[in-house]
Write a protein that binds this ligand. Sequence first.
Ligand code: GCB
Length: 606
Amino acid sequence: MLKSFIIILLFSLPFIVLPQDLITNTTNRNTTTLNGTWNYIVDPYETGYYNYRYQPYDQLPEKNNSAFYNNYHAKDKLELVEYDFDKSPTLTVPGDWNSQHDKLFYYEGTIWYKRSFDYQVSKMSNRQFVYFGAVNYKAEVYLNGIKLGTHEGGFTPFNFEITSILKEKDNYLVVKVDNKRFKEAIPTINTDWWNYGGITRDVKIIEEPSTFIQDYSIQLEKNSNKTIKGYISLNNAKADENVNLTIPELDINTSLKTDGNGNVQFEIPSKKIQYWSPEFPKLYDVFIKTGYQTLKDEIGFRTIETMGPDILLNGKSIFLRGICIHEENAMRGARAYNDADALVALNWAKELGCNYVRLAHYPHNEHIVKLADKMGLMVWEEIPVYWTVDFTNEKSLANAKNQLSEAIARDKNRASIIIWSMANETPPSDPRNTFLKALINHTKSMDETRLISAALEKHYKDGVNIVDDEIGNYLDIVAFNQYTGWYGGSLEEAPNAKWDIKFNKPVVISEFGGGALQGLHGTTKERWTEEYQEYLYEQNLKMIEKIPNIRGTSPWILNDFRSPKRVLPNIQDGWNRKGLISNHGIKKKAFFTVKDFYKKIKLQYK
Ligand code: GCB
């Protein structure tokens, strides 16, 4: 359909509109899915977006600006007759484009998506929103030819109000998705994972009354195991609106009134809370009621804090028996996006003996976080401040903060999340420290209850492994990646390695490991064999046990995963082979080494 493109040009607003405040807990709201089949047009030169002077069509002056248009070249008024959405091929949403069509496997650039639909607004609803779970990397969104706005960042949700634009018949939602990498982006150009493009997570229309529950935080107060503290924010509320919070199993039924901004704050004592933990992942039904709607959630209550070298969950010292996970279904060789994908990964983590997962290197979809809540797996959630982002660039910092805000907004009521991680293997420098400190402060201003960490690095001097990154002073958990026996270092000597860690805080090895091609066998000296990887794990674990203040590990990584960096023929073939499980779902020997280790550790931390 030619119409979509042209109407974008004629009616779109001459400025950039950013997404509105995030609507949280979309699973339990009144929604209609827009998942399914969408038409797409590949547009590497962005011809649908820029005119031949490389000016974005949707930022040109209004049509009645004759001073501009009198001098305007006729070429700019040309209709885009070379485009037709309805005759174009289709992609499934959610899903990355790379794994859906061979010709898109390596594609990085713009693809236009279009979905047409009729829509019957239900009687109860006065306002409607379109919600995207994530679009990688940049999205420009148009409904019925009107620009709704732009979103940057490939792993967090956003929404736009569409109340006055949505019609009963013939709506068309058009999204320009651009996954080009660039230096100032978060992440930057260089990563070790596949840059899957597309509308990679759920899309839905949310229906709300005119005054609605936008967001809320309901958690145990910091340093307290008896007080449930938080806020509820209504959108478009007057002062003194009634809000009711009930948690039937805890006999909580509290009536509250909004302040002038439509918010309520509360502190509710409760003596009979059963605390959430991996052994007992108790979730309570929680209901928020206003005069206009009831919203349900399932929330667990637990405390998490540190004391010297200890991580205390509900006051008890724990060891994080973890595994790193990418958001990829290795068997499909594609982005993971639903409950079934999440279940595969978390079942394996459980089988390995984990009580904890590191969701690397960006916020994963909400399905997996909710499942972790239910299955009793603690979670490290992270933003893609990875390696060498542009630390001196203010826009990059604003972008990283925004990604953090969206992740925290979405997941702050999940008991499973115990750690917000700021960054991975970023090279220390003053600008980098300033950048990370700003992120830490930002996180604390949004959520004071969780622990803050970052995956740092160690260095080696005069026979000693040293961890002294200044940022460690600002973290609750000192985590670092180390690859003894893979990127240098002797496996034979590993168990006797010397360590100098400058902080009296819990230490977590956020990554270690090495590659093996599943099914390739040989001696412990032959790289890429399962035996080499197994030996690497045995020796590393002997070393890790002795690291002062060690309170957790998350080996790199659960599954082999796609990476364009990993090109060794017949071994890697585009896959990072450090998985404990292959991309065919087959466990390598090292899986069982880790499993045995976790069995032992579990007994020690009973
Ligand atoms: C790392 C990175 C991770 C890589 C891994 C590797 O330190 O944090 O993203 O994939 O090493 O395999 O080299």
